[in-house]
Design a protein around this ligand. Structure first.
Ligand code: DGJ
Length: 681
């Protein structure tokens, strides 16, 4: 008996055609359909058999098989000692769950049980898919690939935008025209990586866009393949190393979640759906996000050169201009004077901190700020007490050299004793000191993941440790960092509260990095700091006004030695902090739009159509004699808006005018930023 399963959210609809003896077929995934808009007949009645084709038609299903008539990419590649490699679903039962379904599938011939969970959250427009697989056979099942989800894209899909980069250069957009060649990007670096964000956006004709991202902080694959019916097949999942997953009889594996969405409002609509979904994944202390506190991070101001008196002066200077959280970065623990040693020895350096961290932490808290501490739990330097005591705790492959990066090796997070050690060491600090924040770093790729590959166990082990800290210290917030933005993804978002977006805090570089980030993640999680000038990462110099104005688009912080700032810059920074505090509620709780104006202008808008903060940026000097008008598409046509900027007298104007004719901009020089507040008059 054929049935249709339909899920709707406010903006999207998913429809499958189900039969009891095969995998559900995809009938529709796209912008919301009217309630009575349903398929006009079953696929098998409406698709005539093409010449020289199999008699049994196989349209794209939620679990495309292999070897039995589906010729596209498969959901599963697995075998038992070379046999049982061909797969097709033989039974399907549908279980309704809140806002979704679970498809319970079996392949009775290959002895496999598969469950696919599909939930379309009405308020986020995000379809969350995940797949689990159980080996019902007697012999072990070697799994080479198991897609987290398989989704269709319409035949007018034209271009896919994914993001690449490197340390100091995250979120570089990569635009590829979709063709009949397979589009595929893989990450095999063991953690999310700087160079391959696990997600992409597909632009279709008519302004519709689709997005997908994998909630996973490890290796991954994303691919899009053209289908014979003109549509496209989009898959994401973990990249598995040879031999990485072998399921014994009765054993099961679950994939990470795939978050998918679509919008008639293009990439901005996709971003809005993702922001809402990510916001729901964050476990804020007390259940609610408090206003994001202004940070002071010691890294670029002090690096490893920790001097208690100087740090106390810094803290006092920070509190005086309104900083709310002081984060002591790398350099505080035993023997850590440069990056050559000591990772793993998580107790305060006896020379730098003879009385431990208590004097500094109490000083900071006494000044009314929160105290945060940097750690890099998954790492060990060969030059450390930990490595000398437990050399076998570092990931290695017998007979192969230990491959160091930044002089460090990776601990085997799949081991309970390793996790116990890290938990004990770091929780001793959390118990003894008023620490309310951890910056959790991960400064290298994972090269050799054990004699038999344990990449996924590494990720699951790290998640378990994050979780253990969250449960034991529910009031402590955690920042995810990996040499800047090497671990930004929806998986780690469930355990953390901030992303360190990039070690590059040059404000010009940050403009594009932050725009790329905002495609997938919301602004309140985007660590965004005012750095020194010249910027340490690029050598370029920018004004304090520009640096501060760019940082206000995210979770604002400062990363320089405040004691070295001149009076004017200190006053400008202090004004930036005040402005950030005034606008953060709007910037951090609403929607975010990204857009471009004429003559090199780019802009971000935050809030809702009745109350918006707009960041307008000009990087290169104007080429036109007069500043262009800036059209803002989201405003309400027939409503009068008050327009406030720091540079022009307050005026009013109708939304329709601002949408269609545009906002009059003042002249802007190169490397200039203007914040505008638009609210209903
Ligand atoms: C890399 C991070 O991205 C920096 O912010 C800083 O914490 C250093 N690691 C410390 O080693």
């Amino acid at each position: 008996m054929t049935d249709y399963i339909r899920l709707d959210s406010v903006g999207c609809t998913a429809i499958w055609e189900t039969r009891p003896d095969e995998a559900p077929l995809w009938r529709y995934w796209g912008p919301r359909l009217a309630e009575d808009a349903m398929p006009a007949g079953q696929l098998r009645d409406t698709r005539p058999e093409p010449s020289f084709s199999l008699h049994f038609d196989q349209p794209l299903s939620v679990f495309p098989g292999v070897g039995l008539g589906w010729f596209g990419q498969t959901a599963l590649l697995a075998h038992r000692n070379g046999g049982d490699w061909a797969h097709a679903i033989t039974s399907c039962a549908v279980e309704p769950v809140s806002n979704g379904v679970v498809f319970h599938l079996t392949d009775e011939i290959a002895a496999l049980t598969i469950s696919i969970r599909a939930v379309l959250e009405p308020d986020t427009d995000v379809l969350t898919l995940s797949t689990s697989l159980r080996n019902d056979g007697d012999a072990p099942l070697d799994v080479q690939w198991l897609a987290a989800g398989n989704i269709p894209l319409p035949d007018d899909a034209q271009m896919v935008r994914s993001y690449g980069g490197r340390h100091n250069g995250e979120f570089v957009p990569i635009e590829d025209h979709l063709s009949r060649s397979l589009w595929r990007r893989e990450n095999r670096r063991g953690l999310t990586s700087h160079d391959c964000f696990p997600g992409a956006v597909v632009e279709c004709a008519g302004g519709v866009a689709y997005g997908a991202q994998l909630a996973w902080s490890g290796n991954h694959v994303q691919q899009i393949e053209w289908l014979d019916d003109g549509r496209w097949h989009w898959q994401m999942g973990e990249w598995l190393a040879p031999g990485e997953v072998r399921l014994g009889s009765g054993e099961a594996i679950s994939t990470p979640e795939l978050l998918a969405t679509c919008s008639g409002e293009g990439a901005n609509g996709v971003a809005w759906a993702f922001h809402r979904a990510i916001r729901k994944r964050i476990g804020w202390p007390g259940g609610r996000m408090k206003p994001r506190p202004v940070h002071l991070n010691t890294w670029e101001g002090f690096y490893f050169d920790h001097d208690l008196d100087a740090l106390k002066e810094l803290a006092a200077a920070a509190a005086a201009i309104g900083v709310e959280r002081f984060v002591l970065d790398d350099g505080w623990f035993q023997g850590r004077n440069d990056d050559s040693s000591s990772l793993g020895d998580w107790w305060p350096d006896a020379d730098k901190y003879p009385d431990g961290l208590e004097p500094l932490a109490s000083h900071v808290v006494g000044l009314g700020m929160e105290f945060g501490l940097w750690v890099e739990p998954e790492m060990v330097n060969p030059e450390s007490e930990l490595f000398r005591a437990h050399p076998d705790w570092a990931m290695q492959i017998a007979g192969r050299p230990l491959l160091a990066a930044r002089n460090q090796l990776v601990l085997d997070m799949g081991r309970q004793d390793v996790r116990d050690y890290l938990f004990e060491q770091i929780s001793a600090l959390l118990r003894a000191l008023p620490i309310s924040y951890l910056k959790w770093d991960h400064n290298r790729d994972l090269a050799h993941a054990g004699n038999s590959p344990r990449y996924r166990e590494q990720v699951l082990g790290a998640y378990a440790l994050f979780q253990r800290f969250r449960e034991a210290f529910p009031d402590v917030e955690i920042e995810a960092c990996a040499g800047g933005g090497g671990r930004i993804d929806a998986g780690i978002a469930a355990h953390t509260h901030r992303f360190w977006t990039s070690d590059n805090i040059d404000a010009v570089s940050r403009v594009s990095i932050q725009r790329g980030y905002l495609q997938f993640m919301p602004p309140e999680l985007m660590g965004s700091h005012v750095g020194a000038s010249p910027a340490h990462s690029t050598g370029r110099s920018q004004s304090m006004r520009f640096r501060s104005g760019v940082a206000r688009a995210g979770h604002y912080g400062i990363e320089l030695d405040l004691r070295k700032l001149g009076e004017k810059d200190l006053a400008r920074l202090s004004a930036g902090i005040t402005a950030y505090k005034q606008s953060r509620d709007l910037v951090h709780n609403g929607r975010c739009w990204r857009g471009e104006g004429a003559d090199g202008i780019s802009w971000l808008a935050f809030g809702d159509p009745s109350d918006l903060m707009i960041q307008i940026i000009r990087i290169s000097p104007q080429t036109l004699r007069f500043a262009p008008q800036l059209r803002l598409p989201m405003l309400l046509d027939d409503r009068l808006y008050t327009i406030e900027t720091e540079r022009q007298p307050t005026t009013t104007q109708y939304g329709g005018w601002l949408t269609k004719s545009g906002l009059t901009l003042p002249p802007m020089k190169g490397e200039d930023v203007l914040w505008v507040h638009l609210s209903l008059a």
